[in-house]
Design a protein around this ligand. Sequence first.
Ligand SMILES: NC(=O)C1=CN([C@@H]2O[C@H](COP(=O)(O)OP(=O)(O)OC[C@H]3O[C@@H](n4cnc5c(N)ncnc54)[C@H](OP(=O)(O)O)[C@@H]3O)[C@@H](O)[C@H]2O)C=CC1
Ligand SMILES: O=C([O-])CC(=O)C(=O)O
Length: 276
Amino acid sequence: MTLNHLCIIGAGSIAAELLDTLAHVLEAPLERLIVLQRAGKTTLPEDMAQAASRCAITVQASDNLADVIAARPDLAIECAGHGAVHAYGEQLLENGIETVIASTGVLADDAWHDRLRRAAQAGQTRLVLPAGAVGGMDILAALQNGTLDTVAYTSRKPPHAWRGSPAEAAVDLDSLTGETVFFEGSARRAAVDYPQNANVAATIALAGAGLDATTVRMIADPDVQANIHQIEIASDGAEVQVRIVGKPTARNPKTSLPTVYSLVREVMRRRGPIVS
Ligand SMILES: NC(=O)C1=CN([C@@H]2O[C@H](COP(=O)(O)OP(=O)(O)OC[C@H]3O[C@@H](n4cnc5c(N)ncnc54)[C@H](OP(=O)(O)O)[C@@H]3O)[C@@H](O)[C@H]2O)C=CC1
Ligand SMILES: O=C([O-])CC(=O)C(=O)O
């Protein structure tokens, strides 16, 4: 089945760039697009409205999940934060709407993991975890079928990319003169404590060694301009090192541009007859 009707949840930096990119890469417009925003927001920001009209023949902006469920999109993509997955995830899945979530860190909470798994089963659909800002999930998930000895993830970002996170309490982000490790712990702790910065810790953990066995370091580094993600895997099948130097999105320095492109990929792989 080809994807013709898409729902995007959120109208922030990922959503805006997702629409911009889709407008360029779609060979033919979608039939319908519905964008779900917070209560009280029923029109799209002007730049998003223009991009949306290039992506789909019919565009609807809504602040009500019931509109999305009634519209029955082929796919919903969440790019709005943990609160949005809590607010909409179960109902989308229970209603049989395949759902891709950028905010994968929600699954670091076992209760939510269970609720969303049950909802997907009840709706006979799937909750899809995109690679997001990182890569190598294919080999990591394959190696998980053998013996994974260690999976270690390091996130290195410029100090300003950590503003508004608990890093502010751990270090003085404004006066760093060199790289500073402010978090070392499990992927579970990272994803829970850093909901806007460490979703990929959960993505990596869920593809591989699990939320408690996957180790995470987070570093504020005044000498970098990019969001640098490193994954080190030791296993019976292979030793793997992945290093991604992600460019930040124009609107949000916390978020890396590959996140946007990985969501575009989730759309495009449902539009063509050959999937890679
Ligand atoms: N897996 C990955 O690799 C990555 C995942 N992420 C996840 O994606 C999320 C979004 O990132 P980004 O676009 O950069 O963030 P932004 O802050 O730029 O945008 C978030 C948008 O979501 C909206 N929003 C928040 N809550 C709701 C809700 N309950 N219903 C509808 N809309 C809502 C916000 O609206 P308002 O302005 O009204 O608050 C805003 O428009 C992050 O919070 C993070 O969880 C981010 C980067 C990488
Ligand atoms: O985009 C990134 O660099 C990663 C990120 O914010 C997250 O995992 O939440």
